[in-house]
Design a protein around this ligand. Structure first.
Ligand code: XMP
Length: 520
């Protein structure tokens, strides 16, 4: 049972609601809609119709998904959604579901169609306004729409798929078998834009400057002259959250920075330097031994996250008591944290500490998460809006549990020190090579593996260090970075020479998926 609740900020923006049928690209759909300056939200496919009505969306998008509409337990939404008079766009499974629900036929193809394909489209359709008669699109499906429901007409086909797009102009229902949200589809965002503007009639009122101003105003009203405590880690998310709160409630905000002993080398000092002299009522708490004691002999990554999440909150509560009555706890949770923590219907991959890792009982009246609905790039824009320096706004992300999830297996102070030193060298070499802007996240991991080496004439039996560097925009998928060999060589040689107890360095060449960015 959860004893806290999150402040819901008033949202009066135009909304496109995305019904999640477990498609792998769902977040991308939400991002594409927002790139059109229209607010979008992902909700589970089985969201009750009353809730959908309450949200008053201008349009609804059904996502893709792995199921077949004929499968047992296939995800279905309430059919009432078709009677709301709201435009609907069905993508892939979403199109098939629309077809099935409205009396058309879906059939299983002999062969799965996967890859970019030329789709012949009817460019007189509002959905394809501004397009030529052919467009390259990403298809990824086995089932397909065999016959259209009554009232629909065909507006697209490929060699293998007779109904690659359909419309019912009267009802404003549209279906596309391909995925407009991925880059592999040519001008996919324009298709979404056509739906959002030409069909749903949105005007594009979702702008970061107005989001920031509205959020500040609504927090001012909600919190009034009560006190709030912010968990400031120095990362972009919590820094932006703190700045927004500071603008809303001024001196009634206190920012607590917890040094849990699992930060990167020199990080505690750097964060104190940036925020120590600001107007944020900045307090640094040295909780290093407290966290390390709790983590002693803990090997399971999820357990590490839970322990750190819980200890964080306890530290805050104690600090809060010193300040007097504090009702609100501010956190820098962002939208991907919410989704990846399995709060919606998606699979739970890891419980990021801001959400899933929180203990059940928290001694604050309310949790304030002003960035809960934003994607990372939107948080960065908000950061610039509130006047944070670019250097901080474009910092690479660092996970809440810090080095705890980059030391595989149990954590000791010695291992922390080894990892801090090695990671520092890697970051230094990346910066020297001018790669720190193009690589989105890069760090070292201390594996639990020890192997034999030779140094001078001596045999060594020491740790293997892994280097990880990825290029990504959304951190949901990522490619490993193709760092030039010379830089890897220089880094490796410096690490084995300068950091005691590392005698082997390897480079992680896996992308996400199938791996994740962090090792734990
Ligand atoms: P993964 O490893 O899930 O990481 O591919 C995706 C992004 O999330 C960060 N990450 C975390 N952030 N608490 C956080 O605040 C966590 O427990 C956590 N685990 C992963 C990771 O650094 C990457 O940016």
């Amino acid at each position: 049972m959860i004893f806290y609740h999150t402040i819901c900020l008033m949202k009066e923006s135009e909304l496109i609601l995305i019904l999640d049928f477990y498609g792998q690209y769902n977040q991308l759909i939400a991002r594409r809609v927002r790139e059109c300056n229209v607010y979008s939200e992902i909700v589970p496919f089985n969201t009750p119709i009353e809730k959908i009505k309450e949200k008053n969306p201008k349009g609804i998008i059904f996502t893709g998904g792995p199921a077949s509409v004929y499968a047992e337990n296939a995800p279905m939404c309430d059919k009432e959604v078709f009677n709301l008079g709201i435009p609907i766009l069905g993508i892939c499974y979403g199109m098939q579901l629309m077809t099935y629900s409205l009396g058309g036929k879906v059939r299983r193809a002999e062969k799965r169609e996967y890859g970019t394909t030329e789709v012949s489209i009817d460019s007189t359709s509002k959905l394809f306004k501004g397009f030529e008669d052919k467009n390259i699109c990403l298809m990824s499906h086995t089932d397909f729409v065999d016959s259209l429901p009554e009232g629909f007409e065909n507006i697209g086909k490929t060699d293998n798929c007779p109904n690659a797009a359909m419309q019912n102009v009267q009802k404003n229902f549209y279906g596309i078998q391909f995925h407009p949200e991925v880059n592999h589809t040519n001008r996919g965002t324009e298709i979404i834009k056509n739906f959002v503007y030409n069909i749903c009639g949105c005007h594009g009122d979702w702008k970061m400057s107005s989001f920031v101003q509205d959020t500040i105003k609504s927090l001012k009203e909600k919190i009034g002259d009560k006190k709030a405590l912010c968990a400031l880690s120095g990362g972009v998310d919590s820094s932006v959250a703190a700045m927004i709160l500071s603008k809303a409630i001024g001196k009634n905000l206190t920012c607590i920075f917890v040094d849990h002993g699992l930060l990167r080398k020199n990080e505690a000092e750097e964060v104190s330097d940036v925020f120590g002299n600001s107007e944020l009522n900045f307090i640094k708490v040295d909780a290093r031994s407290r966290f390390l004691n709790k983590l002693a002999n803990v090997e399971n990554p999820e357990e590490k996250r839970k322990i750190i999440g819980e200890e964080f909150i306890r530290v805050f509560e104690e600090e809060a008591k010193k300040i007097g009555t504090v009702d609100f706890l501010v956190q820098g949770t962002i939208y991907p944290d919410v989704i990846e923590s399995g709060v919606g219907v998606g699979a739970k991959i890891k419980s990021h500490h801001n959400v899933g890792g929180l203990p059940d009982y928290v001694d604050f009246k309310e949790i304030v998460e002003p960035l809960r609905d934003l994607f990372k790039d939107e948080v960065r824009q908000a950061g610039l809006e509130v006047g944070l320096p670019e250097k901080l706004v474009y910092r690479q992300p660092f996970p809440g549990p810090g080095l705890a999830i980059r030391i595989i297996g149990n954590i000791t102070p010695e291992k922390v020190q080894i990892l801090q030193d090695a990671d520092y060298i890697f970051r230094e070499e990346i910066a020297k090579a001018g790669l720190d802007k193009s690589i989105n996240q890069y760090f070292a991991v201390l594996t639990n593996l020890r192997s034999v080496g030779v140094m001078g004439d001596e045999r060594t039996y020491d740790y293997t260090l892994a280097l990880r560097a990825v290029e990504t925009t959304d951190f949901m998928t990522a490619n490993f970075s193709k760092i030039p060999y010379e830089i890897l060589e220089k880094t490796s040689s410096r690490i084995v020479n300068e950091v005691k107890h590392i005698n082997r360095v390897v480079y992680d060449i896996t992308s996400k998926p199938p791996a994740t960015i962090e090792w734990e």
